[in-house]
Each structure stands twice: as structure tokens, then as C-alpha cells.
Design a protein around this ligand. Structure first.
Ligand code: BTN
Length: 149
């Protein structure tokens, strides 16, 4: 009887673990990051290509911030449940470009999280200023809660 109970316990733990691993991280939807920036990723096609809109909460410039387009790829060669991806944001309100690269994870609680690194290339007029034109950082994105209307 004790053996049977232990077997059932191990079986149910294995099923829970398998269930967690099987939960797929999906890029489509509305996300917010640790700076308060938001983005929407629209449909991902069968080649992994996607586009969307990025609304940054901060800027290296003093220009008025407006939403900007993003374009990227999700890697889908291995049909991973936690895919890698990259996207570029072409800022509408400045002459800079940011590239993000990251991975879509499902955490221990089953919550999706995008762990990213970015490179922001700012425009400089002179090649002698090239050394200070690129900044680097990380952002963590989680799903935006549904908005009340
Ligand atoms: C600019 O300042 O020229 C464009 C806006 C840059 C915003 C950066 S991109 C990396 C970081 N993550 C964000 O959500 N916003 C900043």
C-alpha cells in the first residue's frame, strides 16, 4: 500500500513537471517591461517573422515620444516551447535604432517572461564620436494585464 502511494505521488509529480515543460511561451500579445515601456506583437507567421508597435517610456533624446514600429523573427527550427527571438525598433521620433535579442521563458509559476538584451545606436554627426554612440542594456518583459474600458 505504501509502495502504491509512493508510486502515485511520483507519477503525479512527473505529470506536473511535464505539464510545466509543455506550456508554450507565445510572443503574440501585449507586453510591458521593467522601465514601463509597452509593446504589442502581432501575428507570428510560419517563418517566425513578426511585427508590432513599441511605445518606450524613456528616451535618450528630449523629443516627444510617439509609438514606433518593430520587426523581428522568432526562431522556430526546433519548435521550442521557449523560443529565442530578435527584433529591431525603428524609432519614429529620433534618428536612433534599437535591436533586442532574447528568449521567451515560462517561469516556475507558469508565467511567460521575455528576457532580453538590447543595443541602442544613437546618431552622431562625426565619426570621432562613434565610440559613444552605442549603449547596451537588459529588459524583462511580462504580459500586460487586460485593460479596463
Ligand atoms: C531614443 O532615445 O532615441 C529612442 C528610444 C530608446 C528607448 C530605449 S530602447 C532600450 C530601452 N528599453 C526601453 O524600453 N526603452 C529604452
Amino acid at each position: 500500500m505504501v509502495q502504491m502511494t509512493s508510486f502515485l505521488l511520483v507519477l503525479s509529480l512527473a505529470l506536473v513537471a511535464a505539464g510545466q515543460a509543455a506550456r508554450k511561451c507565445v510572443l503574440i500579445g501585449n507586453w510591458t517591461n521593467d522601465l514601463g515601456s509597452t509593446m504589442e506583437i502581432k501575428a507570428v507567421n510560419e517563418e517566425g517573422s513578426f511585427n508590432g508597435t513599441y511605445n518606450t517610456s524613456v528616451s535618450a533624446t528630449s523629443n516627444k515620444i510617439v509609438p514606433s514600429p518593430l520587426q523581428g523573427y522568432q526562431n522556430c527550427k526546433k519548435e521550442s516551447s521557449q523560443p529565442t527571438f530578435g527584433f529591431t525598433v525603428n524609432w519614429n521620433f529620433s534618428d536612433s535604432i534599437t535591436v533586442f535579442t532574447g528568449q521567451c521563458f515560462v517561469d516556475k509559476k507558469g508565467k511567460e517572461v521575455l528576457k532580453t538584451m538590447w543595443l541602442l545606436r544613437s546618431h552622431v554627426d562625426n565619426i570621432t564620436d562613434d565610440w559613444k554612440a552605442t549603449s547596451v542594456g537588459t529588459n524583462i518583459f511580462t504580459r500586460r494585464l487586460p485593460q479596463k474600458v
